[in-house]
Design a protein around this ligand. Structure first.
Ligand SMILES: C[S@@+](CC[C@H](N)C(=O)[O-])C[C@H]1O[C@@H](n2cnc3c(N)ncnc32)[C@H](O)[C@@H]1O
Length: 261
């Protein structure tokens, strides 16, 4: 059944894992040799991947700051990854110490790290973006999120791991349906406008791993956020969202910060 494809099943130090690869790219310490080797293979074809991971992280935190400044106090970070400082929680709580974050990931490795380092107002949850109804039901039933109030869904660096037959547009639509007016969606997605040599090489390097990507066109990604108000500069390379000095990269990641009217 498609729902359980690529579901990480506990810790396998011999199989590259996207959360640990990302942690390596960010300069963290939570990875195994298989992840480092995989990451180094990716870095050979895409040497800017480390820079891109850091730029993506900056975009995420800029979005959190913007949503918090707009009054959002509930953050739902899906595909949250292994905790890394500065975190969503730290940025949101700097603006308002009452801000709450639920950090969701489908990887038990991430959940274990997040559980060890969780603090008041920062709740880890093991759940799968491909089952948005379950996520919404649990957030409400466990009293973690009040959907009568604005929320921010953070879907950063994860939607391109959802294959076409897992219906990414419907996932976003289901999240949108429960968002109160004033809620935010902070989204990134790898673009099919990325360098074509890189796309070919990355596809062959990631085949069979949990890091396989579904690159999509700008038009398709834009269709996922139709109906939201999109903050300037709109759906754009994430570098465009940040102050001038970010390098351009062969992998183009499009990002947008959206507000539900
Ligand atoms: C590249 S990391 C992004 C981390 C974080 N969002 C950030 O921007 O710093 C991708 C994360 O998405 C998680 N992930 C991938 N597919 C998922 C799914 N279907 N449901 C929940 N998490 C998923 C992976 O386990 C990994 O931790």
């Amino acid at each position: 059944m498609s729902d359980f494809r690529r579901l990480p099943m506990g810790v396998d130090p011999y199989k590259p894992n996207s959360a640990r690869i990302y942690n390596y790219m960010l300069g963290g310490k939570d990875y195994y040799e298989a992840d480092r080797e995989y990451a180094e293979r990716v870095l050979k074809v895409a040497p800017d991947s480390k820079a891109l991971a850091r730029i993506s992280r900056r975009f995420l935190l800029a979005g959190v700051k913007m949503a918090a400044e707009a009054g959002v106090r509930q953050f739902i970070d899906i595909g949250a990854g292994i905790p890394f400082s500065p975190s969503v929680h730290e940025v949101a709580r700097k603006i308002d110490p009452s801000a709450r974050v639920v950090s969701i990931d489908f990887d038990p490795v991430v959940f274990a790290h997040a559980t060890v380092s969780s603090s008041p107002g920062d709740t880890p949850m093991l759940a799968d973006l491909r089952q948005p109804d379950t996520i919404i039901d649990r957030l409400a039933a466990e009293g973690l999120i009040d959907f009568e109030q604005p929320v921010a869904f953070l879907i950063v660096g994860v939607l391109h791991f959802i294959m076409d037959d897992e219906h990414p547009a419907e996932i976003i639509a289901q999240l949108r349906a429960v968002m109160a007016p004033g809620s935010h969606l902070i989204l990134t997605h790898a673009s099919s406008d990325s360098d074509s040599n890189f796309i070919r090489q990355a596809m062959s390097a990631t085949r069979g791993s949990s890091a396989i990507l579904a690159l999509r066109s700008r038009a398709e990604i834009a269709s996922y956020v139709a109906g939201f108000d999109i903050v300037d500069p709109g759906l754009a390379p994430i570098q465009d969202w940040l102050d001038g000095d970010s390098p351009t990269t062969r992998v183009e990641i499009l990002g947008c910060i959206c507000r539900k009217p």
